[in-house]
Design a protein around this ligand. Structure first.
Ligand code: MN
Length: 702
């Protein structure tokens, strides 16, 4: 059981006796004021303010903060007036207690509003005296440490608020230790099972890693000794919530995260930091682009350190932080480490203190601009998390996404199926491109269609790992099933020419052939054929166990249906359309490209059966095919409109149009028209020819 005497002993290591006595007096005052009150756990209430003061003592806070901690619930819970505290302990302490009470005192209409109000009060109090926030953070920390006695719903509400509001503030003030504790306690309260699973996994991994950790630590220590430098080398572990967020946000496997070995080297002075950096870069190979000098350019919350990543033995990545003891202190306790508050002085804050002040000032300015609490919290959140955007679903739910996210990222964040079937989006009720980066505060609505598929072009603009992974996965699935079906048709075509069929070949024979190719299932083989990685006729001969190299003679051409999708494409050079004589060019990994039989680009390989294959058009071929037409005609007014309406009258579509004026009289127009087949094309050309002034029409081919 902690006692005021034990605390007073600790305080006397850094405070005057007079100051320690003032803290004692505040304690006894609180004890009396809360007399008869108990915490939910059954302990006397005063144990709570004592614990809060003790947390602040760990950070070596001044005596006024400690007194305010002792008294922080007195106004709120015992009805003692601010004036009474003023008379007893002076104005500064009374103001601090009042500030903390105001943060705690609010009654709220809605939960979202409650958070916003809380936040606002906190920011305002911070601006007046930043110690208010530190007392409030310590208060929250002790409540989080003793959260277990509360009911499930209340526990979750407090945990959520801690994760959303208090942990980010601690982070912004550079108070790493507190932030980590907030996050791990909040995580445990929100997701007890997940937190426990990760904790157990970390424990297991720690056992496995021990040997490597020791080896690396030893070799770094030796290296420093050899160079005559003193430094403390310690292994670091990520905290549970940090691991969880990495697994969730970046979709990384637990093992992947634990595969990184992290160390910190704490030294005496800045100069040594750089010398140690040189030494470890000699010891192991550094990973290019990963070195960061936060000593020269500190982070916004005042954090300073050198960061680098090395390749250790057997290529294990080693993350190293190098810093002085002072920087270490600052990294753990942030603004509290720089504690410079002198009670009766107009202080000139420096370092992280100044930055925190600046932040608070910015927050207040934003607050004046913002109309209401919710707007305010949005703008503050943006400032706290500059790398994230907050958007709303049509039902008003807030979604948090990395900066630069698009509607496609949003769709996948909502649900994988929404992402996979999304075809368009409305941003603030207006149709917008799927690739447009989202702005905080927008409402995003996804338009989806059953059976729609992800577009490969999305990969060019999505930023979230989730979207990227799912798009790749869906495309791969689609490509695989299309490749298999094309491969099967290619193979059966050859087999038919050899008087056989895949159905007629025994399972043993197929299995034996798969064995020769080191493949597992027939689909893998068919996929390979469809993708052009294997030649159908070579495979067919293997399957028939036919060693003769005589070519199949009665091999009929493979019919193209126009629905082959990703594994079949039409050559841009000669733009074949149904009805044209065609050949297929197989290129490894790309599937089949359909060319005109007399296309110049395949001249030399046309008769090489390993690269080209005879094709025909299926009777029921479907689709739209682009052809290029060159129309020479007399120049006239409204010429484009005339051409367009003729093409239209023949049910064709103009995809592109270009025009050269040859001289004042003759124009040459290039049209790219989409048609169903040659008969359709002939109809289009007839219509065009009927136009007045047309001199010549021809189809352009390579
Ligand atoms: Mn409290």
């Amino acid at each position: 059981m902690p006692s005021i005497d034990a605390l007073a002993d600790r305080l006397s290591t850094y405070l005057d006796d007079d100051q320690v006595n003032l803290v004692r007096r505040a304690y006894f005052y609180a004890e009396q004021a809360h007399d008869g009150q108990r915490r939910r756990s059954g302990e006397p209430y005063v144990t709570h303010p004592l614990a809060v003061a003790s947390i602040l003592a760990d950070m070596h806070m001044d005596h006024q903060s400690l007194m305010a901690a002792m008294l922080h619930d007195v106004i709120e819970d015992t009805g003692i007036a601010k004036e009474a505290l003023d008379a007893q302990f002076g104005e500064s302490v009374a103001e601090l207690v009042d500030g903390v009470s105001k943060l705690t005192q609010m009654n709220f209409e809605t939960k979202a509003e409650a958070q916003a109000e809380n936040f606002q009060k906190m920011a305002m109090a911070m601006a007046r005296d930043i110690r208010v926030i530190l007392v409030k953070l310590a208060d929250r920390l002790h409540n989080m440490r003793t959260l277990e006695v509360l009911s499930g719903e209340k526990r979750r509400r407090i945990a959520k608020e801690t994760l959303e509001i208090y942990a980010p503030i601690a982070n912004r003030l550079g108070m790493h230790s507190m932030r980590v504790e907030f996050e791990d306690l909040g995580f445990k309260a929100m997701h007890p099972m997940r937190s426990e699973r990760i904790r157990a996994a970390v424990k297991r991994a720690r056992g496995n890693r021990k040997e490597i950790v020791n080896k690396i630590e030893e070799s770094i220590t030796h290296c420093l000794a050899r160079e005559g430098m003193e430094g403390e080398v310690m292994g670091r572990e990520k905290h549970l919530y940090g691991i969880y967020q990495k697994m969730r946000g970046k979709r990384r496997a637990f093992n992947e995260i634990m595969d990184v070995y992290a160390f910190r080297i704490v030294v005496d002075k800045v100069d040594t930091c750089y010398r140690v950096l040189g030494a470890v870069h000699n010891l192991y190979k550094p990973l290019p682009g990963r070195f960061k000098d936060y000593i020269a350019i500190p982070k916004a919350n005042g954090y300073q350190s050198l960061h680098t990543t090395l390749f250790g033995m057997h290529g294990v990545p080693i993350e190293i932080q190098i810093r002085t003891r002072e920087m270490e202190e600052l990294a753990n306790n942030g603004i509290a480490a720089h504690w410079l508050y002198k009670s009766n002085e107009e202080d000139q804050p420096k370092g992280s203190h100044a930055r925190a002040r600046q932040w608070v000032k910015g927050v207040l300015e934003m607050q004046q601009r913002a109309g209401n609490s919710l707007e305010f919290i949005e703008s503050v959140k943006i400032d706290l998390f500059p790398d994230e955007v907050y958007v709303f679903t049509p039902k008003g739910k807030i979604m948090e996404l990395p900066k630069g996210s698009t509607a496609v990222d949003f769709a996948y964040a909502v649900h994988t199926d929404v992402g996979n079937t999304c075809i368009a989006c409305r941003i603030n009720r207006r149709l917008a491109p799927l690739s447009e980066p989202l702005q905080s505060g927008s409402t995003v609505e996804i338009v989806s269609a059953p059976g729609a598929r992800p577009n490969p072009a999305w990969l060019n603009f999505v930023v979230t790992g989730k979207a990227r992974t799912h798009i790749r996965h869906a495309l791969k699935q689609q490509r695989r099933s299309e490749s298999i079906s094309l491969g099967e048709r290619l193979l059966n075509k050859v087999l038919t020419g050899l008087d056989s069929h895949l159905d007629k070949i025994s399972a043993e024979r197929i299995q034996a052939t798969l064995g020769e190719y080191r493949l597992e299932v027939i689909e893998d083989l068919l996929e390979d054929i469809g993708l052009g990685n294997r030649m159908a006729y070579v495979v067919a001969r293997r399957l028939l166990a036919d060693s003769g190299d005589e070519r199949p003679s009665s091999e009929g051409p493979l019919a193209i249906r126009g629905t082959e999708g990703l594994v079949l494409s039409y050559a841009k050079c000669c733009t074949p359309i149904p009805g044209d004589p065609i050949v297929g060019h197989l290129s490894a990994g790309k599937g089949m490209v359909v060319h005109l039989e007399n296309c110049k680009n395949i001249g030399e390989i046309r008769h090489n059966p390993e690269k080209c294959i005879q094709l025909s058009w299926a009777k029921d071929v479907t689709g739209e095919f682009n052809v290029e037409l060159r129309v020479e005609l007399e120049h006239q007014r409204g010429l484009i409109a005339l051409l367009a309406s003729s093409v239209n009258a023949a049910d064709g579509n103009i995809e592109k149009i270009g025009m050269d004026e040859r001289d004042g009289r003759i124009s040459v127009v290039q049209l790219i028209v989409s048609v169903h087949d040659r008969v359709h094309l002939a109809r289009v050309i007839r219509k065009l020819r009927a136009l007045k002034g047309v001199i010549h029409i021809n189809r352009v081919r390579a």
